[in-house]
Write a protein that binds this ligand. Structure first.
Ligand SMILES: Nc1ncnc2c1ncn2[C@@H]1O[C@H](COP(=O)(O)OP(=O)(O)OP(=O)(O)O)[C@@H](O)[C@H]1O
Ligand SMILES: [Mg+2]
Length: 314
């Protein structure tokens, strides 16, 4: 989705406002490394800050949808990608039971039909087109308040087919998740190449936010070795805060609550990492102006600036 109010995005469509919305794709080409955990952790951190957030569950496994316990919908992301219209988008979004300000664009097994291994350009642009409908005026010429998201988090499936690539076409930033194993370097390298390809071909706004290392055990010599290897190869692109391996993550997910609500020392450690990551997303977000950073929603002065900006645009 374009971050530039009133200008054409890479797809040529015009976005009305939401000039400060940040679309974050969480990806890895390997399965089970923690994409959904990171998407949920970020969503919980955003919720704590009062930042209105939409989680887009692109993965046909629909794990994020299950964890966020959305209300019933007759429509899912699969139908939205069939028909990327505003009405279908509204039908596929529902509130999460985690709390106010957190909505889900619900995933479904049916979305596998949109995971073509060799997609056409038109197929790749479909998610971006669908999400651009969030910034569209309704019949009365108003911008619906319920669409006023500050953050959109896309949870990707573990492959580099149409779905993950379409997330990169729709995103402003990509978070590359990896575990600290022997396969990490090759996986991260391929993920960076995918980001680069989509930036050149379809989405000049796209930037990697960085590599997030997950499930780190501080006493493991192997993990320390692999982390050093990643830092040596990818330098500052490896994010400073890694997510530790903590059973609290599985416990909170099992109970369908945000890690931020799980009151154990391990959960607090993990929450701190997600807060830092969200802070980085907010700081590095761009506004239409040449010199502007996105506002920090935790900062009252910035909050006023955000609502002022929205009025000005919409
Ligand atoms: N830091 C962690 N500490 C402990 N358990 C974790 C951690 N990160 C993830 N897990 C657990 O590992 C499993 C896989 O994590 P997750 O579902 O987030 O991975 P994924 O990359 O989204 O998987 P997939 O590729 O299937 O979508 C889950 O059971 C999750 O609870
Ligand atoms: Mg997942």
């Amino acid at each position: 989705m374009s971050a530039v109010a009133g200008s054409g995005g890479p797809t040529g469509h015009t976005h009305g406002r939401l000039s400060t919305v940040q679309v974050i794709a969480v990806l890895s080409l390997k399965g089970g490394v923690g994409k959904t955990t990171v998407a949920l952790g970020l969503a919980g951190a955003a919720m704590q800050r009062g930042l209105r957030t939409l989680v887009v569950d692109l993965d046909p496994q629909a794990n994020a949808t299950v964890a966020l316990q959305p209300g019933p919908t007759s429509t899912t992301i699969a139908e939205l990608l069939d028909e990327p219209r505003r009405l279908v988008l509204r039908r596929a979004i529902t509130a999460s039971t985690w709390g106010d300000d957190l909505d889900v664009l619900v995933g479904s097994e049916g979305n596998e039909r949109h995971n073509n291994p060799s997609p056409t350009a038109k197929q790749l642009l479909r998610l971006d087109r669908a999400l651009s409908r969030l910034a569209q005026q309704d019949d009365t010429g108003d911008y619906p308040v319920e669409d006023d998201y500050g953050l959109v988090i896309i949870d990707c499936p573990p492959s580099l087919g149409q779905l993950t690539r379409s997330a990169l076409v729709a995103a402003d930033r990509a978070v590359l998740v990896t575990d600290p194993t022997i396969f990490a370097v090759a996986g991260v390298q391929r993920a960076f190449e995918a980001v680069q390809t989509e930036r050149v071909q379809h989405n000049p706004r796209l930037q990697p936010l960085g590599v997030l290392i997950n499930r780190v055990r501080s006493r493991s010599a192997e993990h320390a070795f692999r982390i050093a290897e990643l830092r040596e190869l990818f330098g500052p692109l490896v994010l400073p805060g890694a997510v530790p391996d903590r059973s609290a993550i599985q416990q909170a997910q099992g109970a369908c609550v945000p890690i931020q609500h799980w009151d154990t020392p391990g959960a607090r450690e993990v929450s701190a990492v997600f807060n830092t990551l969200l802070g980085r997303i907010i700081r590095t977000a761009h506004r239409p102006g040449p010199d502007a950073d996105i506002a920090d929603p935790a900062d009252p002065a910035d909050r006023a600036a955000v609502s002022g900006g929205r009025q000005a645009n919409g």
